[in-house]
Design a protein around this ligand. Structure first.
Ligand code: M6R
Length: 365
């Protein structure tokens, strides 16, 4: 049931600190501050030359973040595909390599077909699924479950952040196995993961501010989302979430791509949501924001206290998230991104949990 929430989506957004915490507890050993995958992997990350990550929709954006983490911590090349492309382009796969499939339902037709293709090609298959009894779970060599619990809202929220938690654990495990991360690195990263549920709970406190902002966004026909690094897939996710439930047209771009075309859209009517934690690429994103500001765009900046102090740009609204030392910002920044879509849809009066034309699980291609 919806407990005291108006929609399942609201309940599921608010559940995230708890369910991401459950997922964390399944993948790390809190006492030793090490990654402890619940199953023994039938391969060694040292022997893997390339990983293919395959998924659809929101799960593919989780995969995109996972790619950045696995490449960074494991120094292991990762290719990301949406399942509908992967299954038909007959991607050449090397026997003994690894393909990771991400799916909340575990029943998505294209993802399942991609899994079957990968198995036939002789690669190891690992699925990150929420429904443990699903077809994708049953047919995968290894299953790493997300412990999000049943997700009812058609717009995926808690499954996404739980997928990110599992992918973070995979990335650190890969880095460790490949000798790219020391024990101390692993401890530091695990400490960063352990902080996440608390930081997500803190991020939920931006809700009143976002509710107000949503009334403004609801007046617009188009919204642009920008991000760099792991905030780029989150920009894609933010745009998808807004489109699916509020029916407002939105586009997500890598901030650096702005000047290669989308900047032509920017005028004094265009809201631009900039996702920019104070990380390694923050300065670069600030210069993209300046380009938007110079054309009168209305900047909605999602950053931390440091970022807010250092961003030399006038924003319409700045949403301040907790300061974070770790690279795991997408789990925390997902919260305001989801809340913005949710409250905008509520203002628009759409059917938030059952948006038009959409099904929770896409079992036909
Ligand atoms: O069940 P799956 O994770 O395989 O579903 C994948 C997509 O259909 C799903 O994420 C879809 O994009 C959601 N409606 C996003 O909110």
């Amino acid at each position: 049931d919806k407990a005291n929430y108006r929609h399942f989506m609201a309940k599921e957004i608010h559940e995230q600190p708890e369910v991401v915490g459950h997922t964390l507890a399944r993948y790390v050993d809190m006492a030793t501050e090490r990654i402890a995958l619940p199953v023994k992997l039938p391969f060694d990350f040292k022997d893997i030359q390339r990983i293919s990550i395959v998924a659809c929709g929101t799960a593919s954006y989780a995969g995109y973040v996972g790619k950045y983490w696995i490449e960074r911590f494991g120094r292991l090349p990762v290719e990301l595909d949406v399942a509908s492309e992967f299954r038909y382009r007959e991607a050449p796969l090397r026997k003994g390599d690894l393909a990771i499939f991400i799916s909340q339902s575990g029943e998505t037709a294209d993802t399942l077909a991609a899994l079957r293709y990968a198995k036939a090609e002789g690669v190891h298959t690992l699925s990150v699924v929420n429904v443990a009894t699903s077809t994708i779970a049953r047919e995968s060599e290894t299953v790493l479950q997300t412990l999000a619990g049943p997700e009812i809202g058609v717009a995926s929220t808690k499954a996404f952040t739980c997928q990110l938690m599992v992918l973070a654990a995979i990335a650190v495990a890969a880095g460790k196995a490949r000798g790219e991360l020391s024990d101390a690195d692993e401890n530091r990263l695990v400490k960063g993961l352990v902080e996440i549920p608390r930081l997500m709970a803190a991020a939920l406190s931006t809700e009143p501010q976002i509710e107000k902002l949503a009334r403004e966004i609801a007046k617009h026909k188009d919204v642009v989302y920008l991000g760099r690094g792991t905030s780029y897939p989150l920009a894609l996710e933010g745009a998808l979430k807004l489109k699916e439930i509020s029916y407002i047209h939105a586009e997500g771009y890598a901030a650096g791509e702005l000047k290669h075309g989308p900047i032509a859209l920017i005028d004094e009517n265009m809201p631009v949501v900039v996702i920019a934690p104070h990380d390694k690429v923050f300065e670069k994103t600030v210069s993209n924001m300046q380009e938007v500001a110079a054309r009168g765009g209305n900047i909605i900046l999602m950053t931390d206290a440091r970022g807010a102090a250092e961003a030399t740009v006038d924003s319409l609204v700045t949403i301040v998230l907790p300061d974070m030392a770790s690279a795991f910002t997408p789990m925390v920044y997902a919260v305001p991104v989801q809340l913005l879509a949710y409250h905008t849809a509520v203002v628009m009066g759409t059917d938030v949990d059952q948006p038009r034309n959409l099904a929770k699980s896409v079992t036909v291609e």
